[in-house]
Design a protein around this ligand. Structure first.
Ligand code: SF4
Length: 265
C-alpha cells in the first residue's frame, strides 16, 4: 500500500471500529481461523469486518485462515512506536477529570454488585503505561491499551481513550470514591511531571487460572483436562471461549474472573 489519500481513508475507516481493532490486535499474536476470531469478537458481522480489513490491505484471507498482511504488521508496529513517543512526552500530559458516570449495570459475577462505566477527560492515552507502577496490582496491556488495577474485589480498567470500567461496586457513591482516587493518583503524577520508576510486571500464575476453570475435565475443549487447558491458555495456544462449560450460567462468575486474569498473561 502506497499511503495515498483514498488508501489512508480505507485504513482509518477500518481502524475506527473497536471490533476491527480487536481483530487486528488478536492477529498480532499469529494467524487465526475465522472460527477463532468469531470466538473473540462474536460471529455477527464477522464477514463484513474481515472484508473491510481486507479492503484496507491490513489482513489477508486464505480460505478459513486470517493473517495480518505485511502492511498490517507495519501499521501495528508504527502505532506501538507512536504510543512510546507519547510516553516519552509525559511532561506534556494534562490533568484528567471524571467527565461522566454513564451506566450502573448489575455485575455478572455477583448480582448484588454493580458494573460502572465512566469517562475520563482529556483521554490519558499512552501515559497509562508509565503510570502502571503507581497501582500496587496494576497491569498495562499493550493489546487492549488499558491499565487494569485491583483493590480488594474491585477491578478497574482505565483505557487510553478515557473510558473507565469498574466491576464489583456496591453503589454509585463507592464508584465515585474509586474514580476520585484514580483521578488524584494520575493527577499527582502529572503534576510532578516525572514518570514513576518502572517495577516488575504482575504475573498470573498457572494455578490461579486453573482455580477458576470448572475442573470437570469434561474434554469439550479437546484437551485432556482443565489443567492442560490452563497450560495452553498461559502459553496463548487456546482462548478462553474454547472452554464450553464457562458459558453455562453457574460459571459466569468464573468466566468474568478469568477474562480479567487472562488480560495479565
Ligand atoms: S471444556 Fe472447560 S471444563 Fe471441560 S476440560 Fe476443557 S477447560 Fe475443563
Amino acid at each position: 500500500m502506497s499511503g495515498n489519500e483514498s488508501e489512508t481513508k480505507l485504513v482509518n475507516f477500518a481502524m475506527a471500529n473497536a471490533t476491527r481493532r480487536k481483530i487486528t490486535n488478536f492477529l498480532a499474536n499469529g494467524d487465526r481461523s475465522t472460527e477463532e476470531i468469531g470466538g473473540i469478537v462474536g460471529k455477527a458481522m464477522l464477514d463484513f469486518h474481515l472484508k473491510i480489513l481486507q479492503q484496507a490491505s491490513l489482513i489477508e484471507l486464505e480460505e478459513e485462515t486470517v493473517k495480518l498482511s505485511e502492511y498490517g504488521r507495519n501499521f501495528l508496529k508504527s502505532k506501538k512506536e507512536k504510543v512510546a513517543e507519547e510516553i516519552v512526552d509525559f511532561s506534556q500530559a494534562k490533568p484528567v477529570e471524571i467527565a461522566e458516570v454513564r451506566q450502573l449495570l448489575p455485575c455478572i459475577a455477583d448480582s448484588s454488585k454493580f458494573r460502572v462505566i465512566a469517562n475520563m477527560a482529556p483521554p490519558p492515552g499512552g501515559i497509562l503505561k508509565v503510570l502502571e507502577p503507581l497501582f500496587p496490582k496494576g497491569s498495562y496491556s499493550d493489546r487492549t491499551g488499558g491499565l487494569i488495577t485491583q483493590k480488594g474485589e474491585i477491578i478497574t480498567t482505565i483505557y487510553g481513550t478515557g473510558k473507565v470500567s469498574i466491576r464489583m461496586i456496591k453503589n454509585e457513591s463507592e464508584a465515585r470514591e474509586v474514580l476520585e482516587s484514580l483521578r488524584n493518583i494520575i493527577n499527582e503524577a502529572i503534576a510532578k511531571g516525572v514518570a514513576p520508576a518502572p517495577r516488575k510486571k504482575v504475573r498470573v500464575e498457572l494455578m490461579e487460572i486453573y482455580k477458576y476453570l470448572p475442573q470437570t475435565n469434561c474434554g469439550k475443549c479437546s484437551e485432556q483436562s482443565c489443567y492442560s487447558f490452563a497450560i495452553k491458555l498461559m502459553a496463548g495456544e487456546v482462548t478462553l471461549d474454547k472452554c464450553k462449560l464457562l458459558k453455562e450460567p453457574e460459571y459466569t462468575g468464573n468466566q468474568e474472573r478469568l477474562q480479567v486474569l487472562t488480560e495479565y498473561i
